[in-house]
Structure formats: structure tokens, C-alpha cells
Ligand binder design. Sequence first.
Ligand code: ATP
Length: 659
Amino acid sequence: MIHTNKPMPELLKYWEQQGQLTALDRHFAVEMAKMHNTSDPFFIFICALLSKQLSNQNSCLVLDQIEHSNPMNESPRQCVINIQPTELVSALLSFTAISQFNKETKAQTPLVIDGNRLYLQRYHQFETQVSDVLTRLSRPTLEVKKEKLKQQLSLVFPPNNLEGIDWQKIAAATAITKQLAVITGGPGTGKTTTVTKLLLLLLLNQKLTIRLVAPTGKAAARLSESIKASKIRLAKQLSFEADNIDLSVIKEIPEEASTAHRLLGVIPDSHRFRFNKDNPLRLDLLIVDEASMVDLPMMHKLLTALPEHARLILLGDQDQLASVEAGAVLADICAGLQDPTSKEQPWRMRYSAQQAHLLSELTETQLTGFIDDKTPFGDSLCMLQHSHRFKGDAGIGLLATAVNQSDLSKVLGVWQQNYDELAWLGHGIISANKQENIGLVTLINQSVEYYRPYLQLIQQLKVAYTVGMGEGDEAAIGIIDKFNDYRLLCSSRAGDYGVEGINQQMADILTKRKLIDAKQEFYLGRPIIIKSNDYNLGLFNGDIGIILQDSAQPKRLMVHFIKADGSVLKVLPARLPKHETCFAMTVHKSQGSEFERVALVLQPKPSQAQWQLLTKELVYTAITRAKSHFSCLGSRQVFEHAVEHATKRASGLGEKLWN
Ligand SMILES: Nc1ncnc2c1ncn2[C@@H]1O[C@H](COP(=O)(O)OP(=O)(O)OP(=O)(O)O)[C@@H](O)[C@H]1O
């Protein structure tokens, strides 16, 4: 069945040395074999492969793609599998650790086969339960008073000057008529605006306990701010409608958002949460923002803790990078809307005739072109398509769209237009004498100027403290906001062009220019990103803070963070959980954040592992973090490779939801 040139455990070690497997993958395979009393090389091999898939954020191993996902594709071949695809499942089922999934008799084995996918039992459970809850929520169509709702919808979503369908209005009607609504769209397409309006419509008709969550503290803080701003805009918009609508209800729209962890109630030193299937959350409506960042295990925890009657609204951009951990839940949810036949319009809504009719009636729109009765799941989805943030003819929006469509000639066309919003810093121009990469030197020098303003504020505050005039937390918030005007984003961590190298170069040059003094570990002005959760301190992976003087005791340095509710959290540097400097951060970690200016750094010569990270989602996510300027240091070959490669994560969720 499997032929190798050395014993399998040795081969796994060899692959580990080659960087094809991690130590964890090897240990998992060897331990599984021990626990199940087998030394069968095929079993050990399959276990290592499954673990490798999970390390690469896949939820499962697709059995007919074993050839693609294994490390044996090298030359010369160390390992040859000699088995017919039709016999693969029965061969796997001969091992006591593997069984076939059966809805009636729950699997007792650690590995489970479902269709042509092999899962770790836990991940299979996550996937089936997430699919079950989403399917259950998508089924019922809720009773509404049609005439009243129609009037309210037309007040809150008045006719606009955009051509075509008002998808925001459709999304609101979807969320009011369905227990589950998934509202997706790129940056600035009005997800928050729509949610604020639909919350008003819901609250006008019933009392609801509503909770807002996001995957990270930063994203939760942004959601709170967006909702606040959106409420003010809505009150202004409706100020002449006081006779038709009770405007005081706008005040009832909740603004406070928390992290998903916090909502679920962290139990210190435990993987379990206070709220779960047996102790459901006390709410009527849960809104999850930045849903593309929510991984499969977390989505599972949220959905199983949802009370039966509750409504769920998921918001996010399905084109962004998938979650850091396993799964691509939002992309799987939206998978059924993909229309591969059209490059210009790669997505298409799919409503049942009944739902299309109801939405058409409520919103006074014709949705006849979107009827597809294959599955009712499409009834819960709505995609917003028009960005109100990026001007249609400006650089950032055009570049983001072209990258998202993997349309290389369009991408190059945008770069050639020399938009003010965009700058390309090519690698490869090396100065004759110093062997310097001119592109990198330019980027580092520019970055000094973009970080200078926040560092100058710190210096001003230092002077103010010496004369007893510090402004306390307000000043800290101002400094952190200024720091967030600019960010260097890297595609990878290691090397001169990764987060580590760029951070070091920034610390060196800022020290040289006397803007910081990076000789000590915890220096004034050092930006810090948290790399693990510390529930006791209330700090979470991805939180960003800056070392500043403590207003209460200016001689003491404290790391200052802005919490989701806008208040300042101060932590002694020595108490910080795992962290690093953050002049530069990975694109992954930047999700859920926005900056005025963004500079993306791509490796000039990526390693084999780094090539795999270079996808269109990575570039799209980096571009769409920028509000007013995006620059890129990269080589054309690397940039083009990324644009042409989309992330593919193995998962059975899309199939479960849509078939
Ligand atoms: N229908 C509309 N007409 C005009 N402007 C709009 C409309 N909808 C949203 N906007 C404006 O577009 C901007 C972005 O809206 P909003 O914050 O709701 O988008 P979003 O999709 O939530 O963005 P993000 O990517 O930040 O999550 C806001 O300034 C808002 O006022």
C-alpha cells in the first residue's frame, strides 16, 4: 500500500528537517500509532498528513487530494502510495482509530471520514454543529407587518442616486425577515450603516437584548466607533421624519461592542467558557462583526451558546484573509454565491422564489433575476456591492477591486495610472557602493517621517510632565491615535523584509534620529503588539499599545492600550504576556484595523513557505487597510504571483450548507 525507502518514523523526522512537517505533526502521528497499537506506515503517514493540514489552517484532509497535500511529492521520491482512490476509504476504515461518520451513531473514534474528507473528530463536530445551527437559523421566515415595515424601510432607506438595486435596503429586509442574516461586502460598502438602520427598524417594533461582538479588541473598538458615528448620521438623516418615526429609539441602539471571548465569559486557566450549550447567552440578537476573522472553533463556541430563539447577524468581507486558525467560515458561508463564469461580477445572490418575492414587495425592488431554488440557505445572505468610502475613480478602491478579481492586466493598468493614493517602491535597485536596496532605504526613511508625529507628541508630553502639566489619559489616546495613522505591513515574519527585520531597522533608525532610545527593552514610545491572550489582564492577541509615562507617576513607564469601550488600560511592562514591537506587523494581524497610510512589504526572494503565504487575499487585505494612501515595496514577480493565487482551505462546511 505504501512503499518507503526508510521506516516511516525516520521519514517523518527527515520531512521535519526539510520543513515539510512540524514537530507537532510528527509527534501527533507517532502518538496516534502508539495509542492504537499499530506501526502501519500508511496509518502513521495519514495521521501526519492530517495534522499538517490542520497546521495549515485546513479543517480536514481531502482524500482525493492526498497527492497534492503530502510532503512526498519531492524528488527523488521517498514514499510512494500505491492504492486505488476507490479503495482508499475502505483501507482507512480498516484502522480502529478511523470510522465513517453516521448521523445516527455518533463517531467514537478520534478520526472520522465524512464523504471524501478525513477529520479529527473534534473538527468534524465543529463543522457539523456550525452547519446545523446555521441551517436551522436560515430556515424560518419570520412574521412581519408588511405594510408598516414597507413604509419604515422606505423612510430609513430613501431612494438614492446610485443606479440599480439598493442592496443595503435588501440586507435590512433580509435581517428583519430571517433569523439568520449574513451581510457581506468590502470596506465602506455600508455594513455598519445598514446594521444601525436595521436595528432601529427592529427596535421600533419590539424590545430586544442585543449584543455586538468582534473577534479582537481592536475590531470591537472600531465597531463601537462606527456604530456611534452611524447613529449620529441616522439621527440627522431622519430629523425631518419625527412625525413618522419615533427618533428616541435611535438612542436605544447599542454602541458597546466586546470581543467574542469576553461575551462568552472566559474561565481563567480553562479552554471552556461560562456560556455554552448548557448555559446559553442571555440575548435576543447577536451581531458578529469582522466574521471573516472568526475561526471554526470560535464560531462553534458562539453558535452553540446562542439561545434557540435568538437572531444572528454576521457581518464581514468574504474576500479578506481567512482566520489565523483553522477554517474559512465566512468564505464557506458565501461559497454558494460564487459565479465563476463572470470575472467582473464573481458573486451572485441566490434567493428562493418565495423570499425574492417577499423582499421585492417589502423593498419595492425587482429581485426576479436572482431566483435560484436549489437551497434555501441563500435566503439569509446579502452582499453589499458599492463602496462609499473609495471613490470609484481613485487608486485604492480600483486596485483593491482588480486584485480581488485576480485581474493582472487591470492591476497593472491601475499602477500605471500613477494615482496620488498609490506608490510602488520596487526592489532590485541596489546602490553601487553600499549594496543597499534603494526601495527599502526609501521606505524606512519615509516611515520615520510617518511615525515622527506620534513620537513628537510623546516628547511634548514628557516636557509637560516635567513642569507638572501632563494631560493624563486623553493625551495617551491622542498619541495612540496618531500612531495608528500609519502602519508597515509585512507578508511574513522572518528575515530583513519580515516583521522582525523591519522592526529592527525602524528601531535602529529612530534611535539614530533621536526619536526613541531603543537601548533598553522597554523604552518610551515603543509600540507593542500582544501575541497571546491574558484574560486576567484583559489583553488579547493582536491588541496594540504604546509605552508611555504613567500620568499618575510620570517617572514610571506603563504600556497604554485603548480598550473596546474607549477607556485606557495601563499595564506594567514586566507583566505583559507574549508580545513584540509593532512598527511593522503582519497583514494577518492587521485585519479589523484601518490606518490613513499603509505600506506593504513583500519579500524580494520568498522561501518556499513564504510563497504559499502570498495570495490575493493577503494583498487585498493590506490594500483595504489603507484609508488615504497605499504603497508597496515588492518585486513585480512576487506581486503578480500573489494576485494570481487565491487561498484555498480544505473544509466541508460550504458543501454542508449549500447541498
Ligand atoms: N447609502 C449610503 N449613501 C451614502 N453614504 C453611505 C451610504 N452607506 C454608507 N455610506 C458612507 O460610507 C462610509 C462607510 O460606511 P460604513 O462604515 O457603514 O461601511 P462598512 O462597510 O461598515 O465599512 P468597514 O469596512 O469600515 O466595516 C460612511 O462614511 C457612510 O456614511
